[in-house]
Design a binder for this molecule. Structure first.
Ligand SMILES: Cc1cc2nc3c(=O)[nH]c(=O)nc-3n(C[C@H](O)[C@H](O)[C@H](O)COP(=O)(O)O)c2cc1C
Length: 194
């Protein structure tokens, strides 16, 4: 069974946002179509960025690509190695560090995060699910993708079709069916709550 993970919101939000959540149970047989993959990456490409620098760089790694196994085995930490292999694809989100004039691009992570969040929304709109993975071994991913020194690996996004929670066991199953929680608006507003 799939748990009900729809966000309980204080005001209506777009269904695609309310329905997005991060499962760990993915359909092991599903392969993303080329159209689905392109659509997700295009959503990231069209993110806003400071001075339109677009510092993000993406690596798209389908389950059909031998690098999928390599990244799961060497590029992810502990628990993530158990569930991420089921995802249809991994998107590595990296950023360039220095601008062509040699200055460090200090806003790169914010910009790349925006691109990542738009990819999540686009995937959800396509009926897919995503799960961010910050538990990564950056050096291994850099090695696997043969990235140069000017690239900083930020996160890996697992993408796929959701599968029943029962595919998982133990604590992973418990987490899959646990309710989603957030701070209240009161707790996060600094000023001017409507
Ligand atoms: C930057 C980032 C890193 C994350 N790293 C991991 C991770 O390494 N492993 C994992 O299982 N979940 C990871 N998550 C998923 C979060 O735990 C999850 O988004 C959060 O609990 C909220 O749940 P929801 O996305 O279902 O609303 C990460 C999420 C983000 C945004």
């Amino acid at each position: 069974m799939q748990p009900n993970k729809i966000a309980v919101t204080a005001a209506p939000i777009a269904p695609v946002l309310a329905e997005r959540w991060s499962p760990r149970s993915f359909n092991r047989d599903y392969i993303l179509s080329q159209d689905e993959a392109l659509s997700i990456l295009e959503a990231g490409r069209w993110a806003p960025s400071s001075n339109n620098i677009q510092p993000w760089r993406f690596a798209y790694i389908s389950k059909t690509d031998p690098l999928h196994k390599e990244i799961c085995e060497k590029g992810l930490t502990g628990f993530n190695q158990a569930w991420a292999p089921d995802a249809s694809a991994l998107i590595v989100v990296a950023s360039i560090i220095n601008l062509p004039d040699g200055r460090e691009h200090t806003g790169r992570k914010y910009d790349a995060g925006l691109a990542a969040s738009l990819m999540l929304v686009q995937a959800q709109e396509l009926g897919l699910h995503t799960h961010h993975i910050g538990g990564i071994v950056r050096d291994e991913i850099v090695k696997t993708l043969k990235l140069d020194e000017n690239h900083e690996v930020l996160v890996v996004i697992a993408v796929g079709k959701i599968a029943p929670a029962e595919q998982l066991e133990g604590p992973a199953y418990e987490r899959e069916i646990a309710p989603r929680v957030r701070h209240t608006l009161d707790e996060i507003m600094l000023h001017g709550k409507p």
